[in-house]
Design a protein around this ligand. Sequence first.
Ligand code: GRF
Length: 215
Amino acid sequence: MSTRITCLISGNGSNLQALIDNLHNSSTSGVEIVRVISNAKNAYGLQRAQKAGIPTHYFNLINNGYKKAKETDQDKIERARESYDADLASLVIQDSPHLVVCAGWMHILAPTFLDPLKAQGIPVINLHPALPGMYDGINAIGRAYTDFTNGTLQDNKTGIMIHYVISEVDRGTPITTRDIIIKQGETLEQLTARVHENEHELIVEGTKKAILELP
Ligand code: GRF
């Protein structure tokens, strides 16, 4: 029986491509990506999935009517996110995956998503371009680079991790990490490209490890 994976994406999908090339399209991995869900309509990753014959679904907080585009009422925004996340969980569970991989998914997952998945025994893992406990949230590479240029980044070291997802952003238990030492003279663009190259390896390694740890 193959291991069924659902991937959540929001953009280019180069990490999804690494999973397709190394796991989904491999006759020996025993892994099948059963669906790719994007919260961004024009995410190029959706085309990558379609090219690989993987079913896709575009599911968005605003377009699907959970939240008005210009909503400012914080209570309404929170309730919209909670019900969107609950329906996202139902959507994912319909495919009976063994594992959910967030590969460049730019939406914070609420307990209304995580709890039903946990109840079904389906772990959720995420790729984050920083080491555990450092640079949680967006623009992690840029913030590490700023500290490097200011001379405050210890040992010039940043990195990447694959971790289990909990409701605290980028704080779940790490599955695998990789150090990236920023080089003297390296530009932010060069560092970003190097981080991405390393991500493509680590997401495959981390997904394989998470599969071995499945309940
Ligand atoms: C990756 O750099 C990931 O770390 C970040 O978003 C990017 C996604 O890239 N959170 P891609 O869509 O997989 O190409």
